[in-house]
Each structure stands twice: as structure tokens, then as C-alpha cells.
Design a protein around this ligand. Sequence first.
Ligand SMILES: *[C@@H]1O[C@H](CO)[C@@H](O)[C@H](O)[C@H]1NC(C)=O
Ligand SMILES: *[C@@H]1O[C@H](CO)[C@@H](O)[C@H](O)[C@H]1NC(C)=O
Ligand SMILES: *[C@@H]1O[C@H](CO)[C@@H](O)[C@H](O)[C@H]1NC(C)=O
Length: 698
Amino acid sequence: MGSQHLPSSSMLLLLFLSSFIHMAALGRTPSSTKLLYIVYMGERQHEDPDLVTASHHDMLSSVLGSKEEALSSIVYSYKHCFSGFAAMLTESQAHQIAELPEVISVSIWPESKSFNDDGYGPVPSRWKGVCEIGVQSPISCNRKIIGARYYSKDVDPSEIARDYDSPRDANGHGTHTASTAAGSLVSDASFHGLGAGTARGGAPRARLAIYKVCWGSVGCGQADVLQAIDDAVGDGVDILSLSISGHGYFPASLGAVKKGITVVFSGGNDGPVPQTINNAVPWIITVAASTIDRSFPTDIILGNGRTLVGQSMCYASSDPGYKELVTFDSCLVVPQNLTHLADKIVLCFDGAFAAPVAAFRETSQLQASLTQAGARGAIIARFPRSLLPDCSGITCVLVDYDVGAQISSYARVETASGRIPMVHVSPASNIVGRQVMSPRVAAFSSRGPSMDYPDLVKPDITAPGVDILAAVRDGYQFMSGTSMACPHVSGVAALLKAAHPQWSPAAIKSALVTTAHTANAYGFPIEAEGVPRKLADPFDFGGGHIDPNKAADPGLVYDVYPQDYSKFFNCTYAPSSTCDSEHSRLYHLNLPSIAIPDLKKTPLTVWRTVTNVGDTDSIYRAIGESPPGVDMVVEPSLLQFNASTTTHTFAVTFTPLQMVQGDFNFGSLTWLDDGKKHAVRIPIAVRVIIHDYFSDTS
Ligand SMILES: *[C@@H]1O[C@H](CO)[C@@H](O)[C@H](O)[C@H]1NC(C)=O
Ligand SMILES: *[C@@H]1O[C@H](CO)[C@@H](O)[C@H](O)[C@H]1NC(C)=O
Ligand SMILES: *[C@@H]1O[C@H](CO)[C@@H](O)[C@H](O)[C@H]1NC(C)=O
């Protein structure tokens, strides 16, 4: 992520969001409220999983008073990769369990190491925020986390009851995103040995202020978010990082941008379907998610000695040995409570066209069935995509259909010869580096064009968001989503703001978008996962994959006067006395991209203005890559900057070459300086149409 020299006054704002997994932290205030606690007892000690489960029941019974209480409180019993359980407990019960000698940890969260404030000076005097410590599981602030607030007036009370009545996050999502944006350096971080190394946020010297607006498993109240943004602006934050869904939360987000605050939002996890992008307003940075150069190969050894390879996050160090293999054609038809699956490993085939969200549900359903049946684990064959399923306690290995078919055929041969097919799943190993083809836009990452504003290229950029290791409670865990990609961009935006304090939010966004890369380290074009996988286009990743070092020196920026946003929004969000309505299409805004969804017979010209932020005397030449089927002319095509001329305006004229009710086609415009130090590239999307109806958005 480049080097950081952030002044100590840099601050970031982060908002908490819930995620699927509900995990809790131990606080300090006794309460009768029951929350979900994860109890971890280390490597599995009994060979027989039933004995492991029985030992969990015994332990819980001893604390809760009866076996009935224990059975009704336990939610999951982890017995394959490690020994432990999840149970609904009061804080005092959780404390009692934490005291037991066999318990290594109950997910207690003293402040994570990622937020330690060693070496930080006093909180800058311009900071006006507060530290609300909260009622239940109170928190404390330090010189790293300098502010914390929580908002729950627009949330269903049942969601609040499942969370802490304080800024502390019960599900880990807020801690994860905060540490990704600005976590301090922590050596030897890993998830049980996986992903081991030094953990650090994008801007590790930045300070954090936390505004918790999401509660329980789903609830983020619109009214609460708006109030949080309003408070954050008043408190004096520099960057807003919001890993939440929505429509951009304007006018609050626009108000923040007008005050010079960069606002970064996640784009949503509804891909790979087009028109699913969230938070697509033009003044914010909307972030897609991509894979990183790490994978987790997992050996699958068949009874005949043959080894095949899948991917998993299983970290078992106790060897489960060979287990009987049972095959199902579809993961959806694995029946519930089939006792004959006990202690076995199931191989099943996922639906060929399953969208990521559907696959997630399929996996959860499968996991529930297998847990109920006491199965050891699952080998899931599916269309290749990198997101590893979280099977909460059972071994889950992903393979492609080819490997799935080979395992299945082995099982058939064994059964036909009267033998029992056996399989052994080893713990995963890590591979990091250039041998892992990356980045790729993740299948789940929401895609453009925006339903709300088809005149924009959205998302703006992609950043790492698959299997990201970051702080959760007192440890580190993997999470995936555009929620994880968003704080990567926020961290880099903080670095840019520190390096160039005079840059506007539009200039920071321009620097990020125009320097993003569209090819990987080998020069191959970046791909987007989906069915099928394809070359990524601007509606998958905007300008491309984030390149922090290049963004620090972009050469030229496409700046926007903040009042232009109001003008283009027909002064809907500004008093008419200060706003002249532009009554014009959004593609005329001076953004670092051009999207024209309805180019007709008549040539269309859009104007852009670039500002030189590189060497004073420089010359740039236009290199246009016209979208197929469209003639694109840039005029002038040579820009000369000097001490007196720091901006230039140019016209880009699009003319259709065929009259056809068409699809979106993509191109780009790059300004290349004479020294070839800067290539300032913007993405272009144009759809030629004859009639005013659209049939294709992909
Ligand atoms: C089997 O599943 C059904 C419904 O899923 C449940 O009602 C029943 O108690 C289960 N039986 C056993 C033996 O677990
Ligand atoms: C502003 O008004 C014009 C003309 O009425 C319309 O075409 C345009 O879509 C409006 N812009 C927005 C952002 O609503
Ligand atoms: C600066 O550049 C502008 C055009 O880009 C040119 O007209 C002007 O003469 C230049 N000034 C100097 C001092 O070179």
C-alpha cells in the first residue's frame, strides 16, 4: 500500500455494519441479556466427534446448572477443525466459562492490538468529537480511537437487544473495517496460522472515530446514518468510510463533500448481475471488490492414494484421518438429519448457474443439514470463484467440477468393487504472491450501470475485498465483501489527503480512478468473476484496480466545483438563491469517466477540464480508444501546461458508426505526458440506441 507519512492530525471516520455471522465480545457490565459467545478450546482432543460434543454439553451444564439449559443454549458445536462451541449466554455465564482451565478464550475483546496508540501524540485540538462509552459493554477511547458514538433511534429494538448498547460491535464487522482502513501495525497476526504476517491498515498512522449505526444482524436506520454523518462532519473528520448499502445517503454525503471530506462507500454484494451497484451518487467513491494474491490450497487424499487439490480455510492441526465419502448430485438435495452421514464427508455439486448470493444460501443450508447429521464435512464442486464458504465448524472444501467428477468417479469404482470409498481432507496451506492470478473482480461485487444514474460510470474503482484478514474482537479473521474493499480505498484516500492537503474530494477521487490499473502484474487484462468469467469492463471496476503509489502523483486531475453537483441535481438539495439549475445530463459533470447510455444519430459532445498537479511545464497528448461502433474525437488532442496555464478544457465527441439498438461498449481516453511519467486514463461506456427503450445493460 505504499509508504505512509501521515501527520498525526489525520482522522478517519468509520461506520459499523452488521454481517452474517453474529459473534459477541465480552464486556464489563453484568446483564441478563443473552448474546452469542464463541468458546474456543484449541485443537480437538478426542478422536470421536461425539465425545467432543458431549464434553461441550458437560462443560455448559456445569455452568448453567442443567443439561436441558445447556442443550437449549448451545448453537454450534465445533469438533472437526478445532474444539469449541457457540452458545447464547449472559455475560456472567460467559465469564464463568472463561475461567475454566480447558478454555483458551471466550471471544473477549479488550481493545484490539490494531487500535493500540503507542507513539501517538495528544489528540489534535481541532477535533471536536466525543467518546460515548456506552451502557452495556462500555468502550474506552485512546489516542488512536479518538471518538465513538452510537445511534439507534431508527432501529428495531429487537436488533438492539441482539447487540451492545454501546459503540462496541457485536458482530465484528466494524472492527474489521476500521482496522483495514487504519489499523496500527501488528506483527504475527493470523487466523490460526492462515494468512500469517504483519497486519496493518491502509493508513496505519491515521486516527479513527467510530460511529455505530448498524445493529444486530441487519438494521442500519437511514435516520441514524444521516445523523452520524452530520455529527462526523461537525466533529471534524477528514474521510468518511461507509461499508453500508443504500443510495448514497444524500444530502448528508453531499454536505460532507462540500466541506472537503472525501466520502467512500461500498458498492454492494449483489453481483455479478448488472444494474446492482449501490451508492452510485457522483460525489462519492463507490468501491467494487477484488481478489488478492493469496490462495488456500487444500489436499484431498483419496483412499487409493491419489491427491487432488481444493481450497478451504480449514486450519485443523489434529489430523482427522480418512473418512467415508458419500456423494450427492446436488448440494440442494442433501437431506436433513440423515444419521448415516454421521462422521462422513459428503461430496456434492452446486448449481451450475448459482449466483453468489444463492450459493451462499445453498452453502448455509447444506452446512445446517450436515451439522444436524453429524457429518465431518463437505467437498463442494462449483463453478470456479474465489470466495471460500464459511461452514461454521464443519470442514468445507471447494473444488471445481472437474475435480468433483474425479472424486465422484473414484467413489463409484470403489462402491462397485464392494469397497468403501474413503477420503482425507488436510488442513489448508497458504500461497501468496505472483503465482496466484490476481486481482479479479469478485463474483459477488455489484455491477453497474446504476439504476438510479445510468449517466455515470459506477463503481468508480475496485480494491481488495476477498478473504481479507483483519481485526475481530481480540483476534484476526477473514471476511469478504465490498465492505472490506471500501476501507482499503478510505485508507489510501487518507494518505492522499495527508500528502496533498489542498486536494478536493473530487481531485482525490480523480487521482485514484485515473491511475487504477486494468492489467495484472503479467500484463493480462483484469478479469471479472461471474458465469462466465470475462474481461472486466468499467461497470465491473470503474477505472480499474487501485494503485496507491501512482495515485499520489496522477499528473492531471478532473476536479469538480462542489456546487456543480447541486446544479446537476436541479438544485433539489440546495437553496435556489445559491444554485443555478443546470438542467443538463449528468455525463456533463466533470467526472473522471464518461457514460452515455443513449447515443442517437446526432453526434454528442461532452466537455471535460483537467488541472495540472504534476510538473509545471508539461505537455500531454490524447490517446483515445473508441468504444466499438462509435467514432470518438478529442479536441484539442494536445494540452500544454505552464506557470500561467494550469487547466485545459477539451471536447470529446461521439458519433455512432452503425444505427442499431445496441449494447454498452467500452473505451478509454488517456492523456499521456511527454516524459511518459503520467498516463491519466478515464473509462468510457457508450450505448448506441435508435428507440428510447433499453434492452441490454450488461
Ligand atoms: C429430523 O428433522 C426434523 C425436522 O427437520 C426434526 O423435527 C426431527 O426432530 C429430526 N430428527 C432427529 C432424530 O434429529
Ligand atoms: C435535471 O433536470 C433535467 C431536465 O428536467 C433532467 O433531464 C435531469 O435528469 C435532471 N437531473 C437529475 C440528476 O435529476
Ligand atoms: C502557456 O501555455 C499557453 C497554452 O497552453 C500558451 O498560450 C502560453 O503562451 C504559454 N505561456 C508561456 C509563458 O509559455
